[in-house]
Design a protein. Structure first.
Ligand code: ZN
Length: 278
């Protein structure tokens, strides 16, 4: 079944666990994410970033996830990750994605709020959930997402932003980064606690890859209900495939594709399990 994330995340915030949101780029990565969720029995978010439009069209990914969800035993969300384009968001809604993230974080506060509210009105009319971002998330290593100068989310602004825009979930900047960490991550849980005390919607942590387990768990106990993982899926899988290609055995591409599925599954299972143990 394909659903939007509203009920799933509200339940997660109440139950102090997080739903994993995993980036996909092709058939194999989608298969890995869906199979992992299905085997664990956890509702799962299949995330597709605007960056990966050269890899797959929105209609194509929607068709693949819809076909897989018909056979899956878990609710699946198909989420458009980090999108700044109004046109792409409307196309995604029309294509059948059930959730979108409008990223207006680089805009001045008032503009971000105005645009987010407009998009929420359109998406909600179509039954699609919306995530927005306030503050800016910094960049680490191996990230191919846009990296910004890190700006922590302002808790007072978060309260105004949420009540004005009626957004369903809010991505916060508290020190996690897109990509792998260059040193020890400095995540400010106090900022998160302040935001969570002002805002009762589910909060979203970007930059799950490589974030230490104890920090992940503390974040979940303090309002984080959705955690995005992208870089580690790519880094881990590329390493695994490199090892296979370098080994003496020769592989057919179809066999490597199945290895890719297995490796994605491993990463997704690791994080999905971690997100349930806070
Ligand atoms: Zn992100």
């Amino acid at each position: 079944m394909m659903v939007n994330f509203s009920a799933l995340l509200a339940e997660a915030r109440k139950g102090q666990y997080a739903v994993g949101s995993f980036n996909v780029y092709n058939y194999e990565t989608i298969r890995g994410v869906v199979d992992a969720g299905n085997e664990l029995g956890y509702p799962t978010i299949v995330a597709f970033g605007e960056n990966y439009l050269p890899n797959m069209e929105l209609e194509e990914i929607a068709a693949v996830v819809k076909a897989m969800s018909a056979k899956a035993d878990i609710p699946l969300v198909l989420h458009l990750d980090h999108c700044k384009s109004f046109t792409t968001i409307v196309k995604a809604i029309k294509a059948g994605l059930t959730s979108i993230m409008y990223d207006g974080s680089s805009l001045p506060f008032a503009d971000n709020m105005k645009k987010t509210a407009e998009i929420v009105a359109i998406a909600h009319a179509a039954g699609v959930s919306v995530e927005a971002e306030l503050g800016a998330i910094g960049g680490g290593e191996f990230s191919n997402e846009e990296s910004a100068e890190e700006i922590y989310t302002n808790p007072d602004q978060a309260a105004e932003f949420v009540s004005t825009t009626k957004v369903d979930a809010l991505a916060v900047s508290i020190g996690t980064v897109h990509g792998m960490y260059k040193g020890t991550p400095k995540v400010d849980v106090d900022v998160l606690k302040k935001i969570a005390s002002c805002v009762d919607i589910p909060l979203v942590l970007h930059g799950g890859s490589g974030t230490p387990v104890d920090i992940v768990h503390e974040c979940i106990r303090n309002g984080i209900a959705k955690i995005n993982v992208n870089t580690e899926i790519s880094v881990y899988t590329v390493e695994k495939l490199k090892e296979l290609v370098k080994s003496n055995k020769s592989y057919h591409l179809s066999q490597l594709a199945l290895k890719e599925v297995d490796s994605v599954k491993e990463v997704v299972k690791k994080y999905s399990t971690m997100f349930r143990q806070a």
